[in-house]
Design a protein around this ligand. Structure first.
Ligand SMILES: *Cc1c(COP(=O)(O)O)cnc(C)c1O
Length: 344
């Protein structure tokens, strides 16, 4: 038995891409790293290509290989981690475009794969990946003579529109790239929503496609229904679950559903969490365990066959809040034990 039913709504995914594309001044690509944010890079990539996306981004060359298999030749696939030791054959054989992050990577690339396309990732203040201004100044002319496909950078605080870091990074990016005549990309979902000054030639949304914040108008893409294995009566004073963290204060009916933290339903969401029986909210009681969660269904007229965690009543961001994390982590943690169903 699967631990739950995960439904991935590809028409909602496509709608999210179209909505973001309509707001974007230039081209809109798609970030499908981490197996399409946990939803399956192959199905997600194919659907977005069908919708018109021509430029894709992954984190590692291995992910690019899988995506190329799904998309076939044609769409451009950029690799954020650049050209690492051991990547050469993957980049060459699967037509992947590394985003070179350092002078070392640039040298490795031109030695190992002369003539093979590449882009450059620039650091504009996030201090995570990319060439720093001084490094870029030193190799810029050489790099430009080799016709890079893209100059890109990444915003650290784009989910907070008023953050002073946004204009600061925009300024740094323009200083490093204005007038060079190369395609540019600065923005992921958050930056795309900051407006056209941040768009340049290509935006690269990820989370917004999958229904997550900061794209508040996103359509929900995932639904997670978890089967009820057992329902029992619990008397006043009895406890439920590990460490006796919940005690019945009224005669209660407790349903046990078949998913837990090993399925990505992180333990930290604990007793703030809620599940849904159709439109009725039911509270999670007791600790989330590895494979099981218990919920108080006393107020329901009938015992439910399953309870819903993610869907129209509760988004990935709501669940993330309950666990003190972000929607990205909830999505990419969704485990391998669910039965996955794709709807069009
Ligand atoms: C993950 C990532 C993106 C996509 O970001 P979202 O916030 O999910 O839209 C874009 N660019 C880079 C460099 C990334 O690492």
């Amino acid at each position: 038995m699967a631990t739950g039913n995960l439904t991935i709504d590809l028409s909602a995914l496509a709608r999210n891409w179209r909505d973001l594309n309509a707001r974007s001044a230039g081209e809109t690509g798609a970030v499908v790293k981490a197996d399409g944010y946990g939803l399956g890079a192959t199905v997600v990539g194919r659907r977005l290509a069908q919708e018109g996306a021509r430029t894709f981004f992954v984190a590692a060359a291995e992910e690019g290989k899988i995506l190329r298999g799904a998309l076939g030749p044609g769409p451009e696939i950029f690799v954020f981690s650049g050209h690492m030791e051991g990547d050469t054959a993957l980049l060459r054989d699967h037509g992947l475009t590394p985003l070179l992050n350092s002078v070392d990577q640039l040298l490795r690339h031109v030695e190992a794969l002369p003539g093979h396309p590449f882009g450059i990732q620039l650091d504009t203040g996030m201090n995570r990946l990319g060439m720093e201004p001084v490094e870029w100044a030193a190799v810029r002319d050489i790099a430009l003579s080799l016709s890079p496909r893209l100059l890109m950078s990444h915003l650290a605080c784009a989910d907070t529109p008023s953050h002073e870091m946004n204009p600061k990074q925009l300024h740094a990016f323009r200083e490093m790239t204005d007038g060079l005549g190369v395609r540019r990309s600065l923005s992921a979902t958050g930056g795309l929503l900051l407006g056209p000054a941040y768009h340049f030639d290509l935006c690269r949304p990820g989370i917004g496609l999958y229904g997550g914040l900061p794209f508040i108008d996103a359509s929900p893409v995932v639904t997670l229904d978890i089967p009820v294995i057992q329902v029992r009566d619990v008397a006043v004073g009895e406890t439920v679950g590990y460490s006796n963290t919940w005690t019945a204060t009224r005669p209660s009916r407790i349903a046990t559903v078949s998913a837990g933290y090993a399925d990505g339903l992180i333990r930290a969401m604990g007793e703030n969490a809620r599940l849904y029986a159709d439109d009725r909210e039911v509270p999670v009681v007791g600790r989330v365990s590895m494979d099981l969660i218990t919920a108080d269904v006393t107020d329901l007229a009938d015992d439910p066959a399953s309870l819903q965690l993610l869907g129209r009543h509760q988004s990935v961001d709501t669940v993330a809040d309950m666990a003190g994390t972000i929607g990205y982590e909830i999505l990419t943690s969704l485990g391998g034990r669910y039965r996955r169903r794709i709807t069009e």
